[in-house]
Design a binder for this molecule. Structure first.
Ligand SMILES: CC(=O)N[C@H]1[C@@H](OP(=O)(O)O)O[C@H](CO)[C@@H](O)[C@@H]1O
Ligand SMILES: [Mg+2]
Length: 548
């Protein structure tokens, strides 16, 4: 029986989803990601793998087809584990092995996997999947479905969803409705009823403006925002740009473009002082920005959201009187000023972890209230079971002073506003708006919390980027010999200088980050450190140049 299934899986692979090139492909931080045309066999195989994973976990597994902020011709695939979290690391390796095995060896590899992982093939399997708006996502979803069907798995095709919406669905399905209803309406109702309740509680709006200009990167977020609007009516007025009606996906727009280019996106008319935001292509990242009267551009990125949200929760927890441990998780790319502001002014402990959402998410689970954001705008807040119990207990504890109970009720409502499975641009937008509204802040007030240290990121191409090895959450190198000592010497010369280098997990390059007291110095430090990397780590091609 099992052999027959595996033989059919191989036959279908050879007939309809053959592996056309033997180019190696790896399941990385962002799952598999490459040109859409190179993916059918990979995605077919991920359908097979999702069924096996579902049998192992005895739960619904998610599969999202998207390449996020990449150009339209790219595509990708990510698996989602039962609680809506990223796929376990061990299975990332299995996914890589499965994606690269020759077609003829597929049945053999699957059969050893089933044996190694002791998979009970009699166990039923269920997979939920969705896709973004790329044209290639449609045939790729069909390849995925074929992989699920050949393994006799059950499935639900959600069609077009944002990545975080699918994470939410998976968690709902596996928590017997406790986390919410696994439908799009269920998602909108949960988030927006919390938003409207909190909105109604604010009596003094101060300088807050309930109007937002939103760049949806011509991606799937645009159509989902149209749905959100139906629920929130006038509590937030959204002017939607780059809604996919004419422009190209992620083309000179979207959160990644705005963050890396430090400029406003095309397709969105910028007016001085107006609050604006950008989603990325699959709406799991958001950044805010505005332009001054003098035309200067101000970015409010993941670091800013982290500080805004951590400050808000810190205050709210204090008002509840509950003993809840709050913490914030950042990576080395967080601006030094944000770290100082959080530790010194807000007095919230900060943990630093290696780059990649899974590291941040994991660390945030150490706290009762764990806030995490990557500087690029991906982040969320996690609440421990202990926190949930305490907050729910306080809401119904009639022995508590009414202000404390009210604060607990507010905290409980804010928890409903947050997608705890993964960073979610829609949920983060509603959260940021709620916090700004409750503080009576305009976007300029938010910006005034602290001043970013000038910084510069650059890339160096080397023969083999694995020669660079790092420690201390990627803030120091241990190899090649002498590099860290040389960086330390350089950094010491610059006022408020900080610099680190690490091999990228998504591109074949080494990233260099530098910050210092002035932009000129940050640029100079980045340049000099880039030269060191080029000289000591086997640079190829042109020598790094000073970028300013
Ligand atoms: C400096 C930077 O922005 N790095 C990004 C980038 O990783 P690299 O390993 O640096 O290439 O892509 C990751 C996946 O999208 C994202 O999590 C991370 O923040
Ligand atoms: Mg994304």
């Amino acid at each position: 029986m099992m052999d027959a299934v595996l033989q059919s899986a191989t036959r279908l692979a050879l007939e309809k989803f053959p592996r056309k090139s033997d180019k190696f492909i790896q399941y990385g931080t962002a799952g598999f990601r490459t040109k859409g045309v190179d993916l059918p066999h990979v995605i077919y195989r991920m359908g097979i793998l999702a069924v096996l994973r579902s049998k192992v976990k005895k739960a619904t597994i998610g599969v999202m087809i998207t390449a996020s902020h990449n150009p339209e011709a790219d595509n990708g695939v990510k698996l989602i584990d039962p609680m809506g979290e990223m796929l376990e690391a061990l299975w990332e390796d299995i996914a890589t092995r499965l994606a690269n095995v020759p077609d003829a060896d597929l049945a053999g590899m699957l059969s050893s996997l089933i044996e190694e992982e002791k998979i009970d093939m009699g166990q039923s399997a269920s997979v939920s999947f969705a896709r973004d708006t790329r044209p290639s996502s449609v045939p790729l979803a069909q390849a995925l479905q074929a992989g699920i069907e050949v393994m006799q798995g059950m499935f639900q095709d959600y069609g077009l969803l944002t990545t975080p919406q699918l994470h939410y669905m998976v968690r709902c399905k596996n928590s017997a409705g406790e986390y919410g209803k696994p439908t799009e309406e269920g998602y909108y109702e949960k988030l927006t009823s919390a938003f409207l309740k909190l909105h109604a509680q604010v009596t003094h709006t101060g300088r807050y403006s309930g109007s937002l200009h939103l760049d949806a990167a011509n991606g799937v977020g645009a159509m989902k925002i149209r749905e959100v609007e139906k629920y929130i009516e006038k509590a937030l007025t959204i002017s939607l740009y780059n809604d996919g009606s004419h422009g190209k996906l992620n083309d000179k727009c979207g959160a990644d473009y705005v963050k890396t280019g430090q400029c406003a996106p095309n397709g969105l008319p910028v007016k001085a002082g107006v609050k604006c935001a950008s989603f990325d292509g699959d709406a799991d990242r958001i950044v805010y920005f505005y332009v001054d009267d003098d035309g200067s551009f101000h970015l409010l990125d993941g670091d800013r959201m982290a500080t805004l949200v951590a400050g808000f929760f810190q205050g709210l927890i204090q008002s509840t009187g509950l003993d809840l441990k709050i913490g914030l998780v950042q990576t080395a790319y967080a601006n030094g000023s944000s770290t100082n502001y959080i530790t010194q002014q807000l007095k919230v402990p900060v943990a630093c972890v290696p780059t990649g959402v899974k590291h941040l998410h994991h660390k945030a689970q150490d706290f009762d209230v764990g806030v995490y954001f990557e500087a690029n705008g991906h982040g969320t807040v996690l609440f421990s079971d202990r926190a949930m119990e305490k907050v729910e207990g306080a809401v119904v504890n009639t022995g508590l002073p009414s202000e404390r109970r009210a604060a607990a009720d507010k905290l409980k409502t804010v928890i409903d506003l947050i997608n705890q499975t993964v960073g979610d641009a829609i949920s983060d937008m509603l959260l940021v708006e709620t916090v700004l509204n409750s503080q009576g802040w305009g976007i300029q007030d938010w910006k005034m919390c602290y001043t970013d240290l000038p910084n510069r990121q650059s890339k160096v191409t080397v023969k083999d980027r694995t020669v660079i090895q790092t420690t201390d959450a990627e803030r120091k190198t241990t190899s090649p010999p002498g590099l860290q000592e040389a960086i330390d010497k350089l950094v010491a010369v610059f006022n408020q200088g900080r610099s680190f280098v690490r091999p990228s997990g998504t591109e074949d390059i080494v990233r260099v980050y530098a910050e210092a007291d002035t932009q000129v110095n940050a640029d100079k430090l980045a340049y000099e450190v880039s030269l060191l990397v080029y000289q000591l780590a086997g640079g190829i091609g042109e020598e790094p140049k000073l970028i300013s």
